[in-house]
Design a protein around this ligand. Sequence first.
Ligand SMILES: Cc1ncc(C[n+]2csc(CCOP(=O)(O)OP(=O)(O)O)c2C)c(N)n1
Length: 642
Amino acid sequence: MLNQIKSPADLKSLTPEQIQQLASEIRSFLIEKVSKSGGHLGPNLGVVELTIAIHRVFDSPKDVMVFDTGHQSYVHKLLTGRMNGFDKLRQRGGLAGYPNRSESEHDVVENSHASTALSWSDGIAKGFALTDQTDRSVVCVVGDGALTGGMSWEALNNISTSTNEKLVIIVNDNERSYSPTIGGLATYLSTLRATSGYEKFLEWGKGVLERTPVVGHPIYETLHGMKKGIKDIVAPQGMFEDLGLKYLGPVDGHDVPAMEKTLKLAKDFGQPVLVHVITEKGRGHAPALNDEAEKFHAVGVVDAETGQPLSKAGKSWTSVFSDELVKIGAERKDVVAITAAMMGPTGLDKFEKAFPDRTFDVGIAEQHATTAAAGMAFAGLHPVVAVYSTFLNRAFDQLLLDVALHKAGVTFVLDRAGVTGDDGPSHNGMWDLALTGIVPTLHVAAPRDGERVRETLREAVEISDAPSLIRFPKGVVNPDIPAFERRNGIDVLYRGESADVLLVSIGAFASIAVEAAAGAYREGVGVTVIDPRWVKPLPKSLVTMAQRYKNVVVLEDGIKHGGIASTISELFREAQLNIPVHSIGIPLTFLEHSKRSEILEDLGITVQNITRSLVAWNSSGIDLKEEMQLPLDENERRKPLR
Ligand SMILES: Cc1ncc(C[n+]2csc(CCOP(=O)(O)OP(=O)(O)O)c2C)c(N)n1
């Protein structure tokens, strides 16, 4: 069946039996392919029937489908003619892990940050209404997790007053984000889920009351007469309907005929309608269903049958942080942890286990997490906010004005900093160094290895009169790189024979920097590698240190524009130090999905290439110090740091 589906039009004539067969083939296909490449298996297994029903009722691309976050769009990709791309899912040359405009006219929104779909959909539907494209509907699929994000509610507030938008909002309620969705909204949705129990309640009431002599029957009648009121007690519909949104549901999202019936009703209504759909994350795959923690929200490369990882990874950056925070938590009762719906992925699960009362999952609400942290700091706590680097972008204004302006003692821990690769452009953590560089009062550290994660984390939580932040990449942590010495807070990792180049290495690139310096030494170029650890504020001693060199090179896992190299250039300019500063980092561009190593290779961030650059810059550079007649005796060159 699946082979025959080249476009959504091929779905329209299928019989109920064929649809069932197709759903089952899609599940087997996804389990086989995603196990090989890694990706969002659980969410996609949950939306198979839902996506088939959408494509049977609506006509893509005339009707627009917007998937919130987009991680659950694999089935949509399969039904829109992209089956072959799954062999290289999330790899260079293969399908992206999220919708992608360059792949298909059926994809519109590429952003993988949650809670944007309702705003996109509102905008598109308003646009269609105003440009006389009245035959076009917008279908917005939003998870109960994504619905915890503030943007979703800003959008609903606007959508609900619209009378001419052809917009069908499908709330895909599987009760989970990564882990179970939390908060008042989750409780509300679970009450709505009980709506189907209302009729049963009424039946039960009838049975019991009719057996009660004299007063029983009248009470039942009253009960029945108060249907709406009782329904609100048993299953309050209030919130969505009070907002002015037509609510349909809850519907079993695995029952295609039921889904189609409801979606047709919603489509014909001609105004915004919210359809509440119940699905099961990981459906049809025992290992996913048995994964209590995350229902295979996102898997690496795993055995298709058992779901077990095929290779054993080493200790990750995340787990180094995770373990150290638990130790700190045992020593300091004021330290609390905050996650935005990513307890496991950020490593806060261990802290939660040890200190459940001091751990807060706020839902997909980075902005709230950040400002609430400022409040907690005011009240005498030291919050540690753990998020992925890319998601801090969401909370920039809160970081700047709620936290930094108020000099709140909050520590941010950014995981997945730098190039992450396979999740595509919006998941790379390449903006944080530039963004945080312009936040007054904030201290920023980029630890180069596990030992430095522990060390800078401890230093960070000691800062109580200003915010602090540490950032580290995805994956397995580097072996520790001890320093020769620490000078005014700056670690010297490699001493050059001569003072040709001062290589300032930021964070996890230290091992590449040291190897490149060794390579340059073999070419006769003296490179000293230093790691300032704290990149904001940069130690003043950097200026004194740099004075002895002909060239300064900065290597960073972030955008070059506004990054650490640019801060160092400014520092030198202000100190009237005229030394060329070369920058190796990420250009200002969106990086297509690919392996991290492939992207770094493209950017020239390899030992071989950096060695070549160090040699080239050394030979082409004008020796400004000689021109400026600064002291450069041979002894100084040999011991550049004395
Ligand atoms: C702003 C932001 N924060 C965090 C994430 C990480 N994230 C990806 S999917 C997800 C959970 C989504 O849950 P839900 O919307 O219910 O979809 P489901 O996977 O359950 O279908 C989270 C927290 C994100 N994509 N965007």
